[in-house]
Design a protein around this ligand. Sequence first.
Ligand code: PBG
Length: 335
Amino acid sequence: MTGSYPNTRLRRTRAAGWSRKLHRENTLAPADLIWPLFVTEGEGVEQPIDTLPGVSRWSVDGIVSKAEEAIALGIPVVALFPNTQADRRSDDGAEAHNPDNLMCRAIRAIKDECGDAIGVLTDVALDPYTSHGQDGLLNDDGYVVNDDTIAVLVDQAINQAEAGADIIAPSDMMDGRIHAIRMALEMGGHHNVQIMSYAAKYASAFYGPFRDAVGSGGLLKGDKKSYQMDPGNGEEALREVALDISEGADSVMVKPGLAYLDIVRRVKDRFEIPVFAYQVSGEYAMIEAAAAAGAGDRNALVLETLLAFKRAGCSGILTYHAPLAARLLKEGSDD
Ligand code: PBG
């Protein structure tokens, strides 16, 4: 009965590529991407990460090259994570506020070389620096304590800002840290340093490869369920976001990504603030495993999943696939 339903033929606009492009509601661009990078000691060092095939830790010189690559690809921000040497980790994570730690050296090197051509986002949490792999300080019962941890996080954030960080991203999930960090930044004269809060961060099974990458996985006993959110909760994410906004966050993040796009949409609908999401290490590994097994086309999987974040309401996405996606977008492979 071809032609019987002229007003309901939704497929009409899908028939040609030019028309699909014209009618596309959401698009993906290199400027939507934030590229997480792992830093390690040494010079000329590249250490591939087994559980993150295609991702390596780089020494500071290599990190600068990656930042230059990001600029060439149109990626506006890199996110840095240090693999701190074992002998620099301690119960109190004091290396986090050492002005000459690996993180600060990497920030300074990028800023010296690239200036404002790229933004540097830095993670605030103690897990890369603690001997126990938790994001905060422990009491005698092994419970991660809130307020004492915040005092160290503030020192860590100021240390990063002084090294030149552009966006401070607290991923620790303590309560009240956004206010404390914002106040300290203001008092330190860092008025234009932004805070992107990991506001709704879930206690997820998708972080495994990341913990290998920063070297905290083997150290971690137990889990992070006493401070990261329960995957069963949605409403609570809105309360977390509301608090972080009231405390001074410039933007908020939902993490992990794909399994939590409903949260992204709810946050976007409720609050007028830029929302970001982190397509985390386990998600990257899943796509790579699917591609390696011949279960899907890597490039297509990457672009489709990243576009889904935009559709859900994200302003941008942290993803280890950032350079691949940016390259594909530049080549126009998203048709
Ligand atoms: C640390 C932190 C984690 C990630 C980002 N910051 C891991 C964790 O909370 O254990 C995960 C990122 C990823 O899996 O790619 N606070």
